[in-house]
Every structure is written in structure tokens, then in C-alpha cells.
Design a protein around this ligand. Structure first.
Ligand code: NAD
Ligand code: MN
Length: 359
């Protein structure tokens, strides 16, 4: 059922996280004024910076509270290269939240928008990379581990249960995208020639593809598939793959569509969602007001789209569409161009241009 208001936990995080989150909240507030949607946003200040100052980091109890109280989490970016826990790994709540909420799919759509120069000659870039985020190459993160200077091991594990859910999401996303003119096609990127776990992944993919034969499908080895993303991006509609392959290929996808500044993402399970840009905290440009908020704004739109689906709320779905169109209008007009896309506009100016385009 449509809810009013939706309860949203907002975690701005580190670096440019708070800057782009402010911009996205300004766009959402304008949508509340204009379109009759209501959001009750509650900020949480978890960050690597907080850990550096106080040793406090997000706990299972925090995540239980957030998971129970809120309909969705809007997340900026977390992590600073010099803030590390005892195992030498960076502090960031995104990996913990994926594990805690069982978020197994990270949806990362990119499109080469009108008005944006990509690095390729082909302008036919319109794909959704679905990265599995609960197992794969990150499966061993919780394993017992003896620190050593001689050997260190990570573990790739693939399960049938996660593959089935993941590929169901991939085929339904392809079906949903087809309504706006995409081909309706899913490609598995894998390495079943060399990794046992990937033999199982391929087998389950074949089964799910056979059960969804209204949608075309293909399989490429991850290596050549990565090359095709650059040489022939038109091959791809939905790409689905395991954790580390998806981490990497989603950033190739972002790169050929104009960069991380415009690449959103949604980490979802069947009933929880964390919405954040694909980029990190960008310490190199933090605090200058120059970060491109587009990826964050599009992530907020993905949140409304997801809330719309979860609660059968056409208003939320329609507002998500309006935000996407406003971003398209802003980029196509070219009068307000973010710095990473070759312009001069700062974070707030870009947000204001999106707000103007909502009119
Ligand atoms: P990054 O995504 O933060 O930055 C990579 C490059 O892209 C930088 O040059 C940066 O300036 C640029 N960039 C990123 N977002 C931009 C934006 N919105 N507008 C303009 N330019 C943008 O990746 P990194 O430098 O590898 O990592 C920095 C920190 O972020 C690390 O601590 C890393 O662990 C963390 N990180 C967090 C997340 C997350 O919160 N989900 C994801 C990736 C990295
Ligand atoms: Mn990444």
C-alpha cells in the first residue's frame, strides 16, 4: 500500500557524500512540494570520519533499528583511504548493510545521455549491470583469518539459491526495461572455463533463461565480455554477474556512459533497499562544492521507483520518472554542465538546474 510519509534513513557518509546527499534532498523536497509525495528523512552520521574520531561504527543493532523503522536507506558514500580497521580493510557501512539486510543485487543502470560526451564512438550505451553483492568473490569476508605477511586468501562461493533470485531479478528487470524500448535481453558474464563456482552459476543461468524465454539471453566470458562493453556496447541490455566481476564491469559501464558522476545504484533484496551512487567519497574533490550530484539524484529516483513497486504507489513511480526526465533535460540543455562532464557548474548549481527542469 502507498504510505505517507515514507520513512527514509539518510546516511551521508564521508567526503563528497554529504555534498551530493544535500543536493539530492533538495530535489526530493521540491518533489514533495510539487507532486504530493511525502518523505520523512532521518539523518544518521555513520562515517569513516566518525570512526576515526570516536571508534564508533555501525553495529548490527543500528542496522536492526534502521531496517525496522525505515522504508528505504538513502546513502551517500563512505570510506576514506587512510581510515582502516584492525584487518587493514577500510571502514564503510555499505558492505555491512549488504550482509545484514541480505541485499543480494546491486542494480547499476547507465545510459549515454544526450548532451554528454562519452569516450567511445558508439553512442549506443544503455545498459543495466546487476552485480551480485552477497557472495561471489566477497564470500569469505567473515571467515576466520590469521594475519600473515606471506599468504592471504579470499574465497569465491556461488550458491544456487542466490543465483536463482539474482537471475529472476535480471529477467524481470529486462522485461520492465523493454516497456521503454530496450531489446529485452540478459547477458551473463562469467568465468566457467576456469572457476568451479562459475560452472554452477552458468548452469543455474541456463535454467532461469529457459524459464524466461520471452527475454533473449547470452553468455560471455568475463574477459572478452569486458572488451565488448567497450568495442560494441550495443550488445548489452541487462548484464548480470557475480560480485567482483560486477564491481569492475559496472564501473566500465559508468566510464563509457560519461563517468561515475552520473552512475546511480540500488542495493536491494526482495524487501530492503539501500540507494547510493556507484562512486565513492572522492576525497580528491571533497569540500569544494564541485562534485557532480547527478548519480546521487538518480539514485534517489531509483529509491522512489523501488518504493513505487514495493507499495504499488503510482505517485512514487511517476515522481521517479519526473526526476529522471529533469536530469535528462538538464544534461541535454548543456547550460549547466558539471565539472566532471567538462563544464563549470558546482554541486548546488547542478541540483538547482534539475529543480528548474522539474517545472
Ligand atoms: P571514488 O569513486 O570516490 O573516486 C574516483 C574518481 O572519480 C575520483 O577522481 C573522484 O574525484 C571522481 N568522482 C567520483 N564521484 C564523483 C562525482 N560525483 N563527481 C565528480 N567526480 C567524481 O573512488 P576512489 O577514489 O577509488 O575511492 C575513494 C574512497 O571512497 C575510498 O575510501 C573508497 O573505499 C570509498 N568508496 C566508497 C564507496 C561506497 O560508499 N559505496 C564506493 C567506492 C569507493
Ligand atoms: Mn566499486
Amino acid at each position: 500500500m502507498a504510505k505517507t510519509p515514507y520513512e527514509i534513513a539518510v546516511i551521508p557518509g564521508d567526503g563528497i557524500g554529504p555534498e551530493v546527499v544535500d543536493a539530492a534532498l533538495a530535489v526530493l523536497e521540491e518533489c514533495e512540494r510539487r507532486y504530493g509525495i511525502a518523505l520523512a528523512c532521518t539523518p544518521y552520521d555513520f562515517s569513516a570520519e566518525l570512526y576515526r574520531r570516536t571508534g564508533r561504527k555501525i553495529t548490527a543493532a543500528d542496522m536492526d533499528e534502521i531496517g525496522e523503522r525505515f522504508d528505504a536507506v538513502l546513502f551517500g558514500a563512505m570510506g576514506l583511504p587512510d581510515v582502516r580497521g584492525p584487518e587493514g580493510l577500510e571502514l564503510g557501512a555499505q558492505v555491512e548493510m549488504r550482509a545484514h539486510y541480505g541485499l543480494f543485487a546491486s542494480l547499476r543502470p547507465v545510459r549515454l545521455f544526450e548532451g554528454v560526451e562519452g569516450p567511445l564512438t558508439s553512442r549506443d550505451v544503455d545498459m543495466l549491470v546487476i552485480r551480485e553483492t552477497s557472495e561471489g568473490m566477497f564470500a569469505g569476508l567473515g571467515d576466520a583469518h590469521e594475519p600473515s605477511d606471506e599468504t592471504a586468501t579470499d574465497r569465491m562461493t556461488i550458491t544456487r539459491a542466490t543465483c536463482e533470485k539474482l537471475f529472476d531479478v535480471a529477467f524481470s528487470q529486462a522485461r520492465a526495461r523493454r516497456k521503454r524500448g530496450t531489446p529485452g535481453h540478459v547477458t551473463l558474464l562469467h568465468k566457467s572455463n576456469a572457476l568451479r563456482s562459475n560452472v554452477l552459476m552458468e548452469k543455474v543461468f541456463d535454467e532461469v533463461a529457459a524459464a524466461n524465454d520471452d527475454i533473449g539471453s547470452a553468455k560471455h566470458y568475463i574477459d572478452v565480455g569486458s572488451m565488448y562493453m567497450v568495442t560494441d556496447p550495443a550488445r548489452y541490455d541487462v548484464i548480470v554477474t557475480e560480485n567482483i566481476f560486477g564491481d569492475i564491469t559496472s564501473e566500465i559501464a559508468a566510464g563509457i556512459a560519461g563517468g561515475l558522476g552520473i552512475a546511480p545504484s540500488a542495493d536491494v533484496s526482495l524487501d530492503h533497499g539501500v540507494f547510493q551512487p556507484s562512486h565513492g567519497s572522492a576525497p580528491d574533490i571533497a569540500g569544494q562544492g564541485v562534485a557532480n550530484p547527478t548519480a546521487m539524484i538518480l539514485s534517489a529516483a531509483m529509491m522512489l521507483e523501488w518504493l513505487g513497486e514495493q507499495h504499488a504507489d503510482e505517485t512514487a513511480t511517476a515522481v521517479a520518472q519526473r526526476i529522471q526526465s529533469a536530469v535528462e533535460t538538464m544534461l541535454a540543455a548543456g547550460t549547466t554542465r558539471p565539472r566532471d562532464l567538462g563544464g563549470e557548474a558546482g554541486t548546488r548549481e547542478v541540483a538547482d538546474a534539475v529543480i528548474d527542469a522539474l517545472a
